[in-house]
Design a protein around this ligand. Structure first.
Ligand SMILES: Nc1nc2c(c(=O)[nH]1)N=C([C@H](O)[C@@H](O)CO)CN2
Length: 122
């Protein structure tokens, strides 16, 4: 059977408020993070059957990521990216993903700062 290795499911602009930052003043406030995810997934079975149980459900993935980030305190956006990658790989059996975490309010004279990571299962 041929596998569609190039298929992806994307989540773009997922906005979450959380406690994030290395400085003391940041530990008492909520700040906005924006996440973009690119996840490898064979979309052919879901596309051919129109069966939600065969897709990578972006609603469930978004819900899991949002509640995880909202309920956890972080210092670095690198840590958010790493933990989100682990969650998606473990909970949704995703084999490869790219995660971008932006913290648009971090630098007054920059429109955005972000980190990007790519991770694989195993
Ligand atoms: N590479 C990073 N650099 C910095 C981070 C970070 O998460 N990753 N965080 C901070 C502070 O929390 C900053 O956002 C306060 O404006 C500094 N550098």
């Amino acid at each position: 059977m041929k596998i569609n290795n190039k298929d992806k499911v994307l989540i773009e602009g997922l906005t979450v408020l959380t406690t994030i930052g290395v400085y003391e003043w940041e530990k008492t406030i909520k700040q906005k993070l924006i996440l973009d995810l690119e996840m490898s997934w064979d979309n052919k079975p879901a596309g051919e059957s129109d069966d939600v149980s065969l897709c990578l459900d972006y609603f469930l993935v978004s819900q899991s990521i949002t509640s995880f980030i909202q309920s956890t305190q972080f210092e670095l956006i690198e840590c958010v990216a790493e933990r989100v990658a682990q969650l998606v790989i473990q909970k949704f059996s995703v084999q490869w993903l790219k995660v971008k975490v932006s913290k648009p309010g971090a630098i007054a004279n920059a429109s955005n700062v972000a980190v990007v990571i790519e991770r694989s299962a195993n």
